[in-house]
Design a protein around this ligand. Structure first.
Ligand code: CIS
Length: 209
């Protein structure tokens, strides 16, 4: 049983447009996963990601027929709020959400690739640090970087993390990592498509929080 394979992202169409409804369904399973990680430190991250999802969903539900793809939302907000955009509404929420999704992608890929601290093979700190440095660090000032270091030390052991991804069942590491690899196919394609859309629309910002 695999949490990831139960919640696989859908395959993209040839034009790589991301369907808003399917995307929101897929990401809706992420926040509750933080409860399995065993530390209150993760509640701040959970609430940030959940806030992004709620914001995007609220815009989508205003007019589902108009906002069929994520790009429809970003373009509509660009036209409606030219002075503030892209630091506005669901465009801003998705900008941050995609960074959290990229973090998760790099973390899972690093585990699937077998990257490890040979002296502490049951720790995932090298994998978490790689994900942080590539996906988030440049958007964080010193205070948030400090929160990261607290979260890093609260990171679960690899065996517990993989067990949580296997819905609490004891599964062989290699079997779980095979599921992770399968999950990453459509997940990575979706995250890449959202990044490419932001780049194409010139909607990316690089301010720090
Ligand atoms: C396992 C160890 C993990 C350690 C993780 C360490 C991560 C780094 C911690 C940094 C602390 C972040 C605290 C929040 C910072 C926010 O200030 C910052 C900026 O927020 C944005 C808002 O989102 O600020 C904007 C204004 O400037 C807006 O207010 C915006 O909100 S809006 O627009 O909606 O109103 N936010 C961030 O920097 C984003 C932080 C994201 C962190 C992601 C970390 C993910 C950690 C994942 C670990 C677990 C991996 C899980 C693996 C798989 C999940 C499987 C799920 C199962 C279900 C499958 C279905 C897909």
């Amino acid at each position: 049983m695999s949490l990831l394979l139960d919640n696989q992202f859908k395959e993209l169409p040839p034009d790589r447009a991301v369907d808003t409804k399917l995307f929101l369904e897929s990401v809706s399973h992420i926040p509750s996963f933080f409860d399995c990680l065993g530390s209150n430190v993760f509640s701040v991250i959970k609430s940030d990601i959940n806030g992004n999802i709620v914001k995007i969903k609220a815009v989508y539900l205003k007019d589902p027929a108009r906002y069929v793809t994520l790009q429809d939302i970003v373009e509509a907000e660009r036209d409606a709020h030219p002075a503030e955009w892209p630091k506005v509404g669901a465009t801003l929420a998705l900008m941050w959400l995609k960074r959290g999704l990229r973090f998760i992608q790099i973390l899972l890929q690093s585990l699937a690739d077998g990257e490890r601290d040979e002296n502490n093979p049951n720790l995932i700190r090298v994998n978490v640090t790689k994900a942080y440095e590539e996906a988030l660090k440049k958007y964080h000032g010193w205070l948030v970087q400090k929160i990261f270091h607290v979260a890093l030390h609260a990171a679960p052991y690899k065996s517990n993390f993989l067990k949580a991804l296997s819905k609490g069942e004891e599964v062989k590491e290699e079997e779980c990592l095979a599921n992770v690899r399968q999950f990453l196919v459509t997940y990575t394609a979706t995250v890449d498509a959202v990044y490419d859309m932001y780049s194409h629309l010139n909607a990316e910002l690089d301010y720090t929080v």
